[in-house]
Design a protein around this ligand. Structure first.
Ligand code: ADP
Length: 179
């Protein structure tokens, strides 16, 4: 591990609908970063909600609080030279921009797949439950998703392979780390 690898941290923030591919891409990036000797840490939305944000719900206030907590941890780690991979729906633009300002070294990745595709994938069966009315306030169904206006990277995961999307993110991450 060279010192230049470890000197400056970075937060890579994956945002998008449930099933868009945030976790998949974050894991692909984690493998590349670890292989390159970078200190890397992942903050996955599902895991965070079981631990750091346990007890929070899905109102706008609770979603914002969830993102603030993730942003707080990501900033600490980034400041200490870690490459932090955040994968969380993070549907609200304003709070994403707030954590971006707070963290500074920040790459926003818009993991973009149309709702129909995410719903077809339905990895966790959540869309089915939301359509059945068992889940209220589900992003994309009866809760808003505000796409980033100027993301550093946009991956169209309905059109690209995982490898292609991961390569796009990797290129920008490498360029940013080298700066
Ligand atoms: P999220 O974390 O956003 O809820 P997941 O990563 O759990 O989404 O699921 C995304 C699904 O989409 C996976 O089954 C993955 O293999 C598939 N997929 C297809 N193409 C891509 C791509 N280009 N990038 C990421 N995921 C993709």
């Amino acid at each position: 591990m060279t010192s230049s690898n470890t000197q400056r941290g970075l937060t890579v923030w994956f945002t998008g609908l449930s099933g868009a591919g945030k976790t998949t891409l974050s894991q692909a990036l984690e493998r590349r970063l670890a292989a390159g000797g970078y200190p890397v840490e992942s903050l996955d939305g599902d895991v965070v909600r079981q631990r750091l944000s346990k007890g929070l719900g899905f109102s706008k206030a609770d979603r914002d609080e969830n993102i603030r907590r993730i942003g707080f941890v990501a900033e600490l780690l980034t400041r200490h030279g870690v490459v932090v991979l955040v994968s969380a729906i993070s549907p609200y633009r304003e709070i994403r921009d707030e954590v971006r300002r707070q963290i500074g070294r920040f790459v926003e990745v818009y993991v973009n797949a149309p709702l129909e595709i995410c719903e077809q994938r339905d990895q966790k069966g959540l869309y089915k439950r939301a359509r059945a009315g068992e889940l209220r306030g589900f992003t994309g169904i009866d809760d808003p998703y505000e796409p980033p206006l100027n993301p550093e990277v946009e991956c169209h995961t309905d059109l690209e392979t995982v490898e292609r999307s991961a390569a796009k993110v990797w290129r920008v991450v490498q360029a940013t780390l080298g700066r």
